[in-house]
Design a protein around this ligand. Structure first.
Ligand SMILES: Nc1ncnc2c1ncn2[C@@H]1O[C@H](COP(=O)(O)OP(=O)(O)OP(=O)(O)O)[C@@H](O)[C@H]1O
Ligand SMILES: [Mg+2]
Length: 247
């Protein structure tokens, strides 16, 4: 009997810089505060920066794991609320397209992780083979999009590629950096109308996060905004999204 209980969630996007890592790190904090055992996998293998969001300088990273030099428990670091982090590394070009063998090492290592409620996988932006791979091994796929027309167009493109290459049909949309729910819903409806026309997929509106100056301020200081601004609009919005995951 498969006794594994963790849910693997890939957080992905078409365009870069839309807030994936910001959402992953802060969502992990809220989940962990709710006593959900949470691990973040920095799957941006060549430009990973999850450690920076936590103000950490890990000694080892996923490269050491993939090269067989360290085990997953040796590269894992611990963040606030007991969040576990599998750090990546910046500037390692050779990891931007994992080989079959490297994927197997990674897959076996992730299977060694036991007893987690959530594995949050922060993927790179775009439609590289790594992006397709990490989405394919996840239970749920979250697509982060902003009102920027380029982000909307690229979200559609990434959904199309993921659907074609992995056969996945269910996608959860988080609209970030909006004025209010109305703007978020209008972004969601734009993606929905194109995908309804051309793709056989189901897009769920998971929620939105307002454009919030406190996020930038916290990020600059390498602090989590949910921790340092518990009353700010963005924190309340992310708690709403989190409640949907744990209910
Ligand atoms: N709702 C928001 N309001 C204001 N600033 C935000 C919001 N969401 C994210 N940001 C800021 O946007 C910037 C980019 O965020 P982040 O690094 O999380 O994006 P990303 O999608 O992970 O980027 P990449 O594709 O490069 O990995 C950060 O400076 C972050 O603080
Ligand atoms: Mg990122």
């Amino acid at each position: 009997m498969d006794t594994r209980r963790e849910k693997i969630i890939a957080i992905t996007s078409g365009k870069g810089g839309v807030g994936k890592s910001s959402i992953v790190t802060n969502l992990a904090y809220i989940l962990a505060a709710k006593n959900k055992k949470t691990c973040i996998v920095d799957a941006d293998l060549s430009l990973g920066n999850i450690d920076i969001f936590f103000g950490m300088i890990p000694k080892f990273n996923i490269k050491d794991l993939i090269e067989g030099k360290k085990s997953i428990s040796e590269i894992m670091v611990e963040g606030p609320n007991n969040i576990k982090i599998i750090p990546a590394t910046s500037g390692i070009v050779e990891l931007s397209n994992l080989t079959e063998e490297q994927r197997n090492i990674l897959m076996f290592s992730l299977q060694e992780l036991d007893g987690y409620d959530f594995l949050l996988v922060d993927t790179p932006a775009g439609i590289s083979s790594n992006v397709v791979y990490f989405n394919s091994i996840s239970n749920d796929i979250f697509i982060v999009v902003t009102p920027d027309p380029a982000s909307i167009a690229d979200s559609y493109a990434v959904i199309k590629v993921l659907c074609n290459k992995t056969g996945r049909k269910d996608f959860n949309i988080i609209v970030n950096m909006v004025k209010d729910e109305q703007e978020a819903l209008s972004v969601y409806k734009k993606i929905l109308s194109v995908s309804d026309q051309f793709l056989d997929v189901y897009l769920d509106f998971l929620g939105f996060i307002p454009l919030d100056a406190n996020i930038r301020q916290a990020t600059k200081k390498q602090k989590l905004w949910v921790e340092h601004f518990p009353e700010t609009h963005a924190t309340k919005a992310l708690i709403k999204i989190c409640n949907k995951l744990v209910s």
